[in-house]
Design a protein around this ligand. Structure first.
Ligand code: HEC
Length: 160
């Protein structure tokens, strides 16, 4: 990946993250009660993927569908909406990498970093990648997060 591309991804990641915090404060009236995250996966894919997700301890570090372990203290990225950021191929390769930190550099302590799931059966890696890629964030929410981030950084009103 080129430097510029990486910077863009990091920026989008930051925007998503800020968006989550901001949503609690800045959500437009009409979306007040809307949940901005959804999945396009078929119910059986979702169910099977969530079984793999649970049995591999993903939720001891990540939040998904607001589920996380009570004792979770790892600053791992939230996976809701991740499919708006990453596609299935990327996710599959990331989960299959013997060293995920070569794909996505980490500043965390080794024990908090994303472990390699290269040893997971290929079918399970595919299923996870397929499901994660189906996790989307709604456009209005993405736009709002961008707007909020832009205005916070520049102090200027954001125009599309
Ligand atoms: C030990 C904690 C831990 C566990 C367990 C874990 N992760 Fe991660 N994961 C992380 C961290 C931390 C990152 C951010 C990259 C890093 O620091 O290595 C990450 C990154 C990711 C990303 C990339 C997010 C992005 O912004 O692109 C995906 C996707 C992901 N993990 C999925 C999973 C799945 C699926 C599982 C279970 C099969 C899992 N993780 C298990 C800690 C964990």
């Amino acid at each position: 990946m080129k430097r510029g591309e990486k910077a863009v991804l990091v920026l989008i990641g930051a925007v998503l993250l800020v968006g989550v915090v901001q949503s609690r404060l800045h959500v437009e009236e009409k979306h007040d009660r809307d949940i901005p995250f959804y999945s396009t996966a078929a119910p059986d894919v979702a169910r099977m993927a969530m079984d793999v997700y649970r049995s591999n301890g993903c939720k001891s570090c990540h939040t998904l569908w607001t589920m996380q372990d009570m004792l979770q203290s790892v600053p791992a990225p939230m996976l809701d909406g991740i499919g708006s950021l990453r596609n299935e191929t990327w996710l599959y390769e990331y989960l299959s990498s013997p060293n995920p930190q070569l794909v996505l550099p980490s500043r965390l302590k080794k024990e908090y970093q994303m472990p390699s799931y290269a040893a997971l059966p290929e079918g399970e890696r595919h299923l996870l990648a397929q499901y994660l890629a189906s996790l989307k964030v709604k456009d209005w929410y993405f736009e709002q997060a961008k707007k909020a981030e832009y205005e916070k950084l520049t102090g200027v009103e954001y125009k599309k």
